[in-house]
Design a protein around this ligand. Sequence first.
Ligand code: G3P
Ligand code: CA
Length: 288
Amino acid sequence: MPPVIFAHRGSSGTFAEHTRAAYLQALADGTDGVECDVHLTRDGQLVCMHDTTLDRTTNVSGKVADRTLAELRALDVFSWKGASIPAEYGEPADQLLSLSDLLVILRRAGRPLRLAIELKHPSPFGLRLEEALIAFLMDEGWDPESSMLGTIEVSFMSFNPDSMRHLAESAPHHMLCQLVSDVSPKEVRAALSFGAITEGALITIMKRALKEGERLVDHQEVGMAGPGMRYIRSHPERVRRWIRDGVRVRAWTVNSVKDALFLAELGVQEMTSDYPARIRMAFEGNSK
Ligand code: G3P
Ligand code: CA
């Protein structure tokens, strides 16, 4: 079986991540599913963005959580990437997506799709993020037993084991994906922009979360594991064991054919990529 391919923040290698253009391109690329990160806005709306701050991907600085959805819609979320948006991919003002906007795009695609939602922590709203997401999905007609929303299969991911445990009260076990990554100084520095905490304290928290996340996967309290490429290369035996034990593995971020073939050899069933067409083509004609 070829791997299931998810477009990471849309086809974010081509267009600015999380924009309408990136997701429309992902559908044109023939992706099986899309990944998105979600945060809560000041007015309690779910918005598709990766960072807790606006600095890297918009024309302003400050925190996502300090703005309303309407205020975020007024920002330029695509110019930083340097790729202009084709007219058929919407107006500049339509590029920022709420989760609700993303659902409309997926429903219009007219084919079964998978939606992998990553809950971003630490959130200033704590686990109210999870509660808001479940309430939103229920409102949209999501079935908590199958995790289907019409023909869209919804799965949930987080690096935060508390998020997984909280979601386990509402969502099926096989749709919960514990993300795992070895702690890197770069990520620690990025996370530090969230608030006042020392680097040492943050490293301790992140290492503890990783250990707990690995425990959730080992004990199959979640049905899926989401390791990054660096983690897989450092711990191939653990990943192999998870697969042998029946855990589904969703790897990120798989941007080269070499990585994709290495993962397929390992038995990894799902791959998240900034270039879904490239990864899809690597397996085309090889669907045994
Ligand atoms: O798909 C999981 C992956 O997206 C986790 O890392 O930083 O890209 O959200 P990040
Ligand atoms: Ca993500």
